[in-house]
Design a protein around this ligand. Structure first.
Ligand code: ADP
Ligand code: MG
Length: 420
């Protein structure tokens, strides 16, 4: 056992250049390699990819990695291929490949070159892929972003629903499912749908002790935000609005007020969108005003504040979006504006949806309202929603919310402002 441990550390160093494992990575990998199904719940940035990349690199055969987005796959494939001196140990199989390219992928797998094969679930159901994969050596199957299986998650994809039967058709191998969505409902859904109720579960804390949470009533919101930003001059921040129109309007309003801000939403011309995002990442612009289209895969470590002009549709989204603040462990101020009328609008919108979607949507909204109106520790509320206990007095970051303390530095600033 200890020799195996030493080995894993050696492989970690060899492939990734890291000296130590993060969190429970080592135990996760050991269990997967010993043939067990494992289920990993870890916040974004926790280091989930390594939990299947490392075992894939050192196992015999090919690991199948199911991932929902082609862009995410491409990033990962490039990253993995940069790790090893052998060229091309990670490949993608999807509908964008032509016949020759597909044959090349098949040959690489047969030749034992491919250690990781990234596939989208909708590709996996193709008969010729299935027939081929049945005949080759598969080490294990990894299901990344496993919350896509659940309607209770924030990114449901129907194609994820049938994964279990597809995997069963390919091989009888261990499965590792990974997600950053920790609500007990989603967890339960994932385990049931994947037939993984006996899996070993590794859950890390979702607490972000360096984030300060504050909810304000939505009055004079434009002025409040301008003031806030002026007191955080030069710092990077994201402002989330629900509609594209609001994004455009508010970015303009900020500009008029001398704030270095740009808009971001899916309706903008691709070139403008990418340029605005790059300017934010390169710090040519301080503030990005965006819809939820902004953020997936964005890893800017020093975002100092995330403001919700409008409240999001679920606490899960709220957590993911506020989570983009303070990635480097430094200050992260999460300020949200709450108006019950906004919630009514969202309810009306849901009324046009099919029954099941509506019911789920309404329950998720109820939790949002509960959070916005609570007088308890906001950190405790969020963590409780994720099925985690938190001591609101002694827990890590216990005083970091409006209900637990006065805002740290802003108190004085606000006093100044009322005079001006
Ligand atoms: P997740 O998928 O959980 O959001 P990633 O797999 O993208 O997280 O990893 C987040 C970051 O952590 C990456 O930059 C990765 O290189 C880094 N990382 C992962 N494992 C380790 C480790 N053992 N030591 C140091 N950094 C690590
Ligand atoms: Mg990931």
């Amino acid at each position: 056992m200890s020799e195996k441990k030493a080995n894993l550390s050696g492989e970690l160093k060899k492939y990734f250049g890291f000296s130590t494992f993060k969190g429970q990575q080592e135990q996760i990998i050991e269990n997967l390699l010993s043939g067990k199904d494992v289920f990993v719940l870890m916040p974004t940035g926790g280091g989930k990819s390594l939990c299947y990349q490392l075992p894939a690199l050192i196992s015999e055969g090919t690991a199948i990695v199911v991932s929902p987005l082609i862009a995410l796959m491409k990033n990962q494939v490039d990253a993995v291929n940069g790790l090893s001196s052998d060229d091309g140990v990670a490949h993608v199989l999807n509908s964008s490949l032509n016949k020759t390219q597909t044959k090349q992928v098949f040959d690489d797998i047969k030749g034992g070159k491919t250690k990781l094969l990234y596939v989208a679930p909708e590709s996996l159901i193709k008969d010729d892929y299935l027939d081929f994969l049945k005949e080759v050596k598969i080490s294990f199957v990894a299901i990344d972003e496993a919350h896509c299986i659940s309607e209770w998650g924030h990114d449901f994809r129907p194609e994820y629903r049938n994964l279990k039967s597809i995997i069963d058709r390919i091989a009888d191998v261990p499965v590792i499912a990974l997600t950053a969505t920790a609500t007990p409902k989603v967890q339960d859904d994932i385990q049931k749908t994947l037939g993984m109720t006996d899996a070993l579960v590794f859950k890390e804390s979702f607490n972000r002790p360096n984030l300060y949470y504050e909810v304000r009533p939505k009055v004079n919101v434009d002025k409040e935000i301008v003031r806030f930003i002026n007191h955080h001059k030069g710092k990077s921040g994201i402002i989330y609005c629900l509609s594209r129109r609001k994004v455009e309007e508010f970015a303009q309003l900020l500009q008029v007020n001398g704030i270095n801000a740009l808009p971001y939403h899916a309706g903008l011309d691709q070139k403008v969108r990418v340029a605005n995002q790059d300017k934010f990442l390169m710090e040519e612009v301080d503030v990005i005003v965006a819809t939820i289209a902004f953020g997936m895969g964005i890893d800017k470590p020093d975002v100092r504040f995330v403001i919700h002009y409008d409240f999001p549709k679920s606490l899960e989204s709220y957590y993911q979006e506020t989570g983009r603040a303070g990635r480097d462990g430094g200050e992260g101020y999460c300020l949200s504006f709450y108006d019950p009328k906004d919630i009514e609008k969202l309810e009306k919108f849901l009324a046009q949806k099919p029954v099941s979607e509506r019911e789920i949507g309404l329950q998720l909204l109820n939790e949002v309202v509960g959070y916005a109106e609570t007088s308890m520790s906001r950190r405790q509320y969020i963590l409780c929603y994720f099925g985690e206990n938190f001591d609101p007095v002694k827990g890590d970051g216990a005083d970091m919310c409006d209900n637990s303390s006065d805002p740290p530095k802003l108190k004085d600033a606000t006093a100044d402002l009322t005079k001006t």
